[in-house]
Design a protein around this ligand. Sequence first.
Ligand code: GSH
Length: 200
Amino acid sequence: MSTSYELLYFPLRGRAEPIRLLFATANVDFTNTPITNWPEFKPQTPLGQLPVLVERNESGERKIAQSMAIVRHLARVFDLAGKDEVEKTTADVAAETINDWRSKFAPVQFAAFMNTDKAVIEKYWSDLPATLRTLEGLLASCTWFGGGESPTYADVLAFDTLDNHMGTKPESLADFPKLRALHDRFRALPSVAAYLEKRA
Ligand SMILES: N[C@@H](CCC(=O)N[C@@H](CS)C(=O)NCC(=O)O)C(=O)O
């Protein structure tokens, strides 16, 4: 059964970017549809939120909400969830740790929009080394966060968050060579490099 994919999100990276990066990692085409008429469009979404993935195939159309449900669904379909039970669990542990980190970073990344208190921002940057040490500990001497020979969705999430830090405050990663190497390794994957080259 051939499936086509359409990703609906606001015209920004945000919660949709790990999904776009997952498509890039799997080298699977999708249609990226920016939503610019949100108040009218909202009632057409399953949970009144974006992102939404629309899958179409011979059986019909399915709309999937919740970014992490979409990420995990596509990771399973594209074989990016881990090769065996050990790799899957290792990737899940890393992914949850990275998600904890992502949710602390959001008020910093979107400080102007969220009107984040200065003290919250300062605490984020002073706590960050401990978070990054934990992540380097999880990566240990492995190439990828799942511990296997190829990337999993955990590496997609890690790359996206590392990349946002590279864009915001690259010096925050200076003392974390394993994470910087992972960022370089992931962005050098040919299909990812091609996506990043044309990314807005
Ligand atoms: N847990 C959800 C959160 C989705 C969410 O908060 N989406 C925001 C944009 S990032 C949204 O749709 N806001 C508009 C609204 O709620 O009306 C996910 O990860 O998909």
